[in-house]
Ligand binder design. Structure first.
Ligand code: SAH
Length: 252
């Protein structure tokens, strides 16, 4: 299965068991990859379903042969509140955070954020997330929220999530120790929220605001990481701490 091309489909494309391929998919599968009628692809709906499918004679449709059982998602949802770095840094964050298993990304406009993204940027990030999810063989495509102010993002987090603010300065416990102390999964929270700041760091006011909203400030180590590196480091720590060893992994 790992050799098969993956395509992402929207609900309107699916009339079970037929999948109408978009013109772009027809072009990509037929002209670029040179697949033939009868060749197989994996169709994914971005909601956790994968189907082994066969291309029809005209390459305009595929029909579903069987559902594919896979488990490549983290055992808990992970939301990343990420202050947007300058330049194209957010592209890298979206791509790599998706590979690491993030569930939701909320681009944050913080006190020291320099970037004011255009709507085209948001579309671009969503495309990058889709491509990275396909490449990483994920079942879910992470959502990317419309950029929002940090204060507005903070009020969304409920008591069933456990939230950490990554802070480069000060003496805070490190994220791995905090996660290791949790009695997960019995402790009853269903998501982890991580917040990382921009190049200039969080302002003191933002740190206080986050603490008041229930965020625990944490360290990612003794070095000061770049705004692009910090979220990936935090996600890698969450993955290692919470992904159970016995979870069945990728299929081949
Ligand atoms: N210029 C700032 C650092 C910003 S680093 C300063 O000198 O203080 C960008 C963001 O990455 C920070 O806001 C923080 O969220 C995260 N970060 C970087 N290094 C970190 C570390 N060692 N521990 C925790 N968070 C870190």
């Amino acid at each position: 299965l790992s050799q098969l091309q993956r395509i992402t489909i929207t609900p309107t494309q699916l009339t079970y068991p037929q999948i109408a391929l978009t013109p772009e998919q027809q072009h990509y599968l037929g002209r670029v990859l040179r697949l033939r009628p009868g060749d197989r692809v994996i169709a994914m709906d971005g909601q956790g379903h994968w189907w082994l499918s066969e291309l029809d004679a005209e390459l305009k449709q595929a029909h579903i042969l069987e559902a594919v059982a896979i488990q490549t998602e983290l055992p808990i949802s992970v939301t990343l509140l990420v202050a947007m770095p300058k330049g194209s840094g957010m592209d890298d964050i979206v791509r790599q955070a998706t590979e690491l298993g993030v569930t939701d990304i909320v681009p944050i406009i913080s006190d020291r954020t320099l970037l004011n993204p255009s709507p085209q940027k948001l579309d671009r990030w969503r495309r990058i997330a889709q491509e990275a999810a396909e490449q990483a063989e994920r079942q879910l495509i992470p959502t990317i929220a419309t950029p929002m102010k940090f204060a507005d993002a903070l009020i969304h987090w409920q008591s069933n999530s456990i939230a950490y603010l990554c802070e480069a300065r000060g003496t805070y416990p490190d994220l791995l120790s905090c996660l290791s102390k949790l009695n997960w999964p019995s402790e009853g929270f269903s998501s982890v929220v991580l917040a990382t700041g921009p190049e200039g760091g969080w302002t003191e006011a933002e740190v206080q605001l986050a603490i008041a909203a229930g965020f625990q400030p944490v360290s990612l180590g003794q070095r000061v990481l770049r705004a692009v590196t910090a979220p990936l480091c935090a996600l890698a720590i969450v993955t290692s701490a919470l992904e159970p060893m016995q979870q069945p992994g990728k299929t081949d």
